[in-house]
Design a protein around this ligand. Structure first.
Ligand code: NI
Length: 185
């Protein structure tokens, strides 16, 4: 089921998500809804708080833009190693139509539980590394505009408020159909 994506600024997007105790059918349903929502919005990543659920769950599929990738589910993800530096022009499904350069680590090693509750570790580089950092930020209540200067952030805040006002008569589901950056996360 496609869920509504919360548009920034919103108090929910500033909150910290809590760890998942047990990967059960409810969590698997959440992960499935999240990937459906991500694909429907043409994004490459989504974190549970973006659909209003404050649980440490993320989904990422960079395969349209990165060779050899596929849909990945991460429950309770932890970045255990981060190396190098890179800058990437990021977008966010919660901040439609906006994209800015953000400094990130070039490669990260992430440990998480999969959809069956089994622990796994992967080494991520390129867009996948960016997506892991962007989505784990969401679980801490941080969005990519928090990495920008306050001037840039306030300009984007103003545009988002205008966008929300314009779409006030519509559902959040319709707002998310605004044009997205090609790597919205
Ligand atoms: Ni995002």
């Amino acid at each position: 089921m496609v869920r509504d994506i919360i548009i920034w600024p919103d108090p929910l997007l500033k909150q910290k998500s809590v760890p998942v105790d047990k990967v059960d059918d409810g969590i698997r349903r959440l992960l499935d809804d999240m990937s459906e929502t991500m694909y429907a919005a043409d994004g490459v990543g989504l974190a549970a708080p973006q659909v209003g659920v404050l649980k440490r769950c993320i989904v990422i599929d960079t395969s349209p833009r990165q060779e050899g990738q596929k849909l990945l589910h991460f429950v309770n993800p932890v970045i255990v190693r981060a190396e190098g530096e890179t800058t990437y022009t990021e977008g966010c499904l919660s901040i439609p139509g906006e994209a800015e350069d953000v400094d990130r680590f070039a490669t990260v090693r992430v440990r998480a539980l999969d959809r069956s509750g089994k622990e796994f570790e992967i080494e991520a580089d390129e867009l996948l590394a960016i997506a892991v950092q962007h989505e784990t930020d969401h679980l801490q209540g941080t969005v990519f505009v928090d990495h920008l200067s306050s001037l840039k952030r306030e300009l984007i805040r103003r545009r988002m408020k205008k966008l929300k006002a314009e779409h006030a008569s519509e559902t959040p589901g319709e707002v998310k159909k605004a044009p997205q950056h090609r790597s919205a996360l």
